[in-house]
Design a protein around this ligand. Structure first.
Ligand SMILES: [Fe+2]
Length: 319
């Protein structure tokens, strides 16, 4: 039996079955409070006056970063277990920042009936900054550190574990790579001006419709959800209007995932879960175009927001 630094056999089984685990108490409430101390100044909103909450969800830029091994050592141990060892991880692309994603809901949602998860409008797979292949190393796990206590109906991310199988098979059939086109993928070699007309276009909302089990990621400050990189997920509706605060830091690999390895025990748990999705013991996957990074519109917009946040912090005497 393979030895893990952090994962229990139960967590290994859960990851191979459901494609995710939650590491409880991976960082302290004090550390979280320090990181979120100036969040309302940065946002320019009043935490005690909901009428100032003018957007449902806000993606904030980051001002500072820290190594995961220092900030959340238990989460780092679990991450290295899932990815097959620290030496496979690109630490430069795996630090955490204070780029919070805040979901405060809207007045209409407060107390309203829940939307069925398959009807949520935001089903996607993370990674808007690279062309996706089955073995892409850029976003090797979907990581959700939790910075506010999240109750059911409180805006926690919804996941559709069954979606991993459908997404993995789609990517296996597209060695030319696919572009992240919002809540869909489109073959990177597409000649269509409207991606939706391409026969290879893959709408992730329709994948969610084919799933029959959904999980709402709830938890407490300091918990960290670790999900398979192909996990289909959606922002959800915050009916409680208790501000929901998370981040979504990527973790990158030095080399792409490998689906043929000499020794069985060398496959990482993520690789094993991907192979399970394909129904194969190994898979000879070779990309047919050059891997490339993309510059998402988000990154350009965030620079502007970062400057605004800095101005607000300076005006409040906080730098
Ligand atoms: Fe996401």
């Amino acid at each position: 039996m393979k030895e893990y630094q952090y994962l229990s056999q139960e967590q290994v089984d859960q990851f191979l079955e459901q494609g995710y685990i939650v590491v409880k108490n991976a960082f302290s409430r004090d550390a979280a409070a320090q990181w979120t101390e100036t969040i309302w100044i940065r946002l320019g909103l009043d935490p005690n006056d909901k009428t100032t909450w003018d957007r449902e969800r806000i993606h904030m830029p980051s001002h500072k970063r820290e190594e995961v091994v220092k900030f959340a050592p238990k989460a780092w141990a679990a991450i290295t277990d899932l990815l097959g060892g620290e030496d496979r991880i690109d630490e430069k692309s795996s630090s955490w920042g204070d780029s919070f994603i805040v979901n405060v809901g809207t007045p209409d949602l407060e107390g309203a009936a829940s939307v069925h998860p398959s009807d949520l409008d935001n089903w996607h797979v993370d990674g808007d900054f690279f062309v996706h292949y089955l073995d892409s190393p850029e976003q090797a796990l979907l990581v959700i550190p939790i910075f506010s206590d999240i109750q059911p109906r409180g805006g926690g991310t919804y996941i559709a574990p069954g979606g991993i199988d459908l997404v993995a098979n789609y990517l296996a059939a597209h060695p030319e790579g696919v572009l992240p086109t919002g809540c869909s993928f489109t073959p990177s070699t597409s000649k269509y001006s409207d991606p939706r007309e391409d026969p290879g276009h893959f709408a992730l909302s329709s994948v969610a419709k084919q799933c029959n089990s959904f999980v709402e990621i709830t938890g407490n400050v300091g918990d960290v959800a670790l999900l398979h990189p192909l996990m289909l997920h959606s922002a959800s509706k915050n009916h409680l209007r208790i501000p929901r605060i998370i981040t979504n830091p990527p973790v990158g690999l030095k080399e792409p995932f490998k689906f043929i390895r000499e020794r069985n025990e060398d496959y990482s748990l993520v690789e094993r879960r991907t192979l399970k999705a394909l129904g194969k013991d190994f898979f000879d996957f070779k990309v047919t175009t050059e891997r490339r990074k993309l510059m998402p519109r988000r990154a350009v917009d965030q620079n502007k927001v970062l400057e605004e946040e800095k101005r607000r912090l300076a005006a409040a005497g906080r730098t």
